[in-house]
Design a protein around this ligand. Structure first.
Ligand code: ZN
Length: 94
């Protein structure tokens, strides 16, 4: 499993456009995974923080509720949620 959730402009990949199953925003890039996402890779929605998985057709699916969340995925989600809260409180100019 490769995790796509850490912003790194050197590792930014265009992906098959897919809507986040939680917030419905269209996502068409992934960053931080060191290669183009493949089925079974994990991600976090950059707009709502939902835990996601790339399906067989590379569409984003919710992280299965009966599967344990790897610590690095939970850590990435918590960091992203902190950024989203800071943006909501103080805007993008920080
Ligand atoms: Zn989302």
């Amino acid at each position: 499993m490769t995790l796509y959730a850490r912003f790194n402009p050197q590792e930014d990949y265009a992906t098959v456009p897919s809507r986040c199953p939680n917030c419905a925003v269209e996502l068409d890039h992934a960053t931080g995974g060191r290669r183009i996402p493949e089925p079974g890779d994990a991600s976090v929605c950059a707009f709502c923080g939902a835990l996601l998985e790339y399906g067989q057709d590379l569409q984003l699916e919710p992280w299965p509720s009966d599967r344990a969340v790897p610590p690095e995925l939970r850590e990435a989600q918590l960091l992203l949620v902190q950024v989203l809260v800071m943006q909501a409180l103080f805007g993008d100019e920080q």
